[in-house]
Design a protein around this ligand. Structure first.
Ligand SMILES: CC(C)(COP(=O)(O)OP(=O)(O)OC[C@H]1O[C@@H](n2cnc3c(N)ncnc32)[C@H](O)[C@@H]1OP(=O)(O)O)[C@@H](O)C(=O)NCCC(=O)NCCS
Length: 145
């Protein structure tokens, strides 16, 4: 059974490993640690037994929008609803902090993640050219409550 819970410091090396498994340009461990320390209630992991199978983290913006900073599920655990569960739980934590909207960036080629976000009620509001280190554009997606 998969459970979603707050990340603890001891989880962070496993979160970083998941990040490296999932992304071509992973966030450096120091960035993930900083996010966890600054926003502990917005740094969630999905765990199955002892295994960390995915994580999601966010920050609360001063304009009242929750920013989904990162989400990933390790390849062999995908397509089981874990990404969706992480998103919903992170949105709930952001709502607790007063979020009235949510925003995120996604690669224009990442149709899998876009489908997840569209299913959850997000829409594309903008395209930012050359957003990623390899030159790929990003879509900004947004959901209003
Ligand atoms: C995006 C990601 C987090 C989805 O995680 P997941 O646990 O597989 O997602 P879920 O099982 O909760 O799927 C939720 C919905 O997303 C969509 N989806 C997920 N995987 C999909 C796939 N391979 N093809 C098409 N749609 C897909 C579907 O709409 C799915 O709902 P359904 O299963 O009822 O059809 C995962 O693929 C991942 O970690 N990708 C690499 C990292 C990444 O791209 N992160 C997002 C950066 S912006």
């Amino acid at each position: 059974m998969v459970i979603i819970k707050y990340a603890e410091l001891k989880d962070m090396p496993h979160v970083c490993k998941a990040e490296q498994e999932c992304f071509k340009y992973p966030y450096p461990p120091q960035v993930l640690l900083m996010l966890k320390l600054l926003y502990p209630e917005l740094f969630l992991i999905a765990a199955e037994g002892d295994e960390i199978v995915g994580y999601a983290c966010g920050v609360m913006r001063s304009n009242g929008c929750g920013h989904i900073v990162s989400i990933c599920v390790r390849p062999k655990y995908r397509r089981r609803g874990i990404g969706k569960a992480l998103m919903i739980e992170l949105e709930n934590r952001l709502k607790d902090l007063g979020a009235r909207c949510f925003v995120l960036e996604v690669r224009v080629s990442n149709t899998v993640a876009q489908k997840l976000y569209i299913d959850l009620g997000y829409r594309i509001v903008k395209r930012i050219e050359n957003y990623y280190p390899d030159g790929e554009d990003a879509y900004i997606m947004r959901k209003d409550l």
